[in-house]
Design a protein around this ligand. Structure first.
Ligand code: AMP
Length: 417
């Protein structure tokens, strides 16, 4: 049996980096006032169709959707924002305090064409803020991403930012975009032509090379911003500069989801080839109301955890976990004693390993070496007959004889010092 295409195991050999990122991210989010939220993996299809947008790649062709036994249409979550907004509205969180900050870490599912950095089950680290319209929060979200990546030792990254405007300035922009698209009609792919009526903004996100070339001079949202959006974007740029966060204004950045308004951004790396975006986010001031809540501004980002780890693998030597103690026990009595000591040591935070297969001293020492044990405890029949064991420090090769009377506390004292 094999995993399904685009799905993969994350094996213990690589889990160290995942855990390091999780710890660092949770620590940072908590310092900025974010609380962890856990949302279901499965939701009603309608939630994603309505929020991400019917005419997006995700909703049109990438969702894992199926009918439940009672014919309800369900979808494995392709992203977290929609579910977190649903949760905010469902639990009427806005009633007690509209300002909420959440983070979550977990798997997402999109039926994309798998390749390096692109999987059908992938992981995201997600952060969302509700109830704050101020542009300072936009800067802060980008600042947090920048800080997290800095702490993880990542350098070759750049923040691409753009403003997508608001319902006030969108219609003017759309009209000018449509006019431009009409003039390029014969060069656009079928998908783009189909989207011209439904959702022309999505055409700017088309990955087909021909379309990309045809769209190089396309009108930009930045040229159509209303004074309020312009002001908002200026504040974001000014504060990011003041905070020393490098960014590039990318007029062509539109992101692949429909709900974004005003600031949108992507953190890109030069080290991952085609899949260059390690994180993306933006403001979505209309989404809470769209999903049945009161008008509430929102903003969030998602980090591609798999890609982040792939970038880190290029710069971080593998984190090797070593073992505190290997117990070499020879003979049945010794094995039983070793078993009892090991449990006692483990619950006191000392990692141990032992062997129940009756192997020779030589084989066991070899295994201790392979497991990179810092200490080896040798409990042979002769030693035990005198109620003693030998403890060898594998770094210095020094050996001491210990009595078994208060062995566990004594070992803890030596090993944990
Ligand atoms: P999005 O939700 O599309 O804005 O994606 C946010 C981030 O998730 C992207 O910048 C990627 O790093 C990551 N991501 C999106 N799709 C995939 C995928 N299929 N496989 C791995 N990472 C992904």
């Amino acid at each position: 049996m094999q995993t399904i295409r685009g799905f993969r195991d994350i094996l213990p050999e690589t889990i160290g980096l995942w855990q390091k990122v999780e710890k660092e991210a949770a620590h940072l989010f908590e310092a900025f006032g974010f609380k962890e939220i856990r949302i279901p993996v499965l939701e009603k299809t309608e939630l994603f169709a309505r929020s991400i947008g019917e005419a997006t790649d995700i909703v049109e062709k990438e969702m894992y959707t199926f009918s439940d036994r009672n014919e309800d249409k369900l979808t494995l979550r392709p992203e977290a924002t929609a579910s977190i907004v649903r949760s905010y509205v469902q639990h009427k969180m806005y009633a007690s305090d509209p300002v909420r900050k959440f983070f979550m870490i977990g798997p997402m599912f999109r039926r994309e064409r798998p390749q390096k950095g692109r999987y059908r089950q992938f992981y995201q680290i997600d952060a969302e803020v509700f109830g704050i319209e101020s542009a300072y929060i936009d800067s802060q979200m980008i600042f947090i991403l920048n800080e997290l990546f800095k702490r993880l030792g990542l350098a070759e990254l750049s923040a691409h930012i753009n403003s997508l405007g608001c319902p006030e300035c969108r219609p003017k922009f759309q009209a000018s975009l449509l006019q431009f698209l009409e003039s390029k009609k014969e060069r656009l792919c079928e998908n783009c032509l189909r989207r011209m009526d439904k959702n022309p903004l999505r055409i700017l996100d088309c990955k087909v090379l021909e379309c990309k070339e045809a769209l190089t001079d396309a009108p930009a949202t930045l040229d159509h911003l209303c004074p309020a959006c312009m002001n908002h974007f200026e504040t974001v740029k000014r504060t990011l500069s003041e905070q020393g966060v490098d960014f590039i204004v990318d007029r062509s950045l539109v992101r692949g989801l429909d709900y974004y308004t005003r600031t949108a951004w992507e953190i890109q790396t030069t080290t991952l080839g085609a899949q260059s975006a390690v994180a993306g986010g933006g403001r979505y001031d209309g989404l809470v109301a769209e999903l049945g809540g009161p008008p509430t501004p929102g903003i969030g980002f998602a980090i591609g955890f798999d890609r982040l780890v792939e970038v880190m693998e290029q710069i971080t030597p593998p984190l090797e976990k070593s073992l505190d103690l290997f117990i070499v026990s020879l003979g049945d009595t010794a094995v039983e004693k070793a078993y009892l000591w090991s449990c006692d040591l483990n619950r006191n935070g000392v990692s141990t390993e032992l062997d129940f297969r009756g192997k020779s001293m030589k084989a066991l020492m070899k295994r201790a070496d392979k497991l990179k044990a810092k200490y080896v405890l040798i409990a042979g029949e002769n030693e035990l007959a005198q109620n003693r064991v030998l403890l060898r420090n594998m770094t210095t090769t020094e050996q001491v004889s210990l009595t078994i009377e208060h062995l566990v506390p004594e070992l803890i004292g030596i090993i944990k010092k």
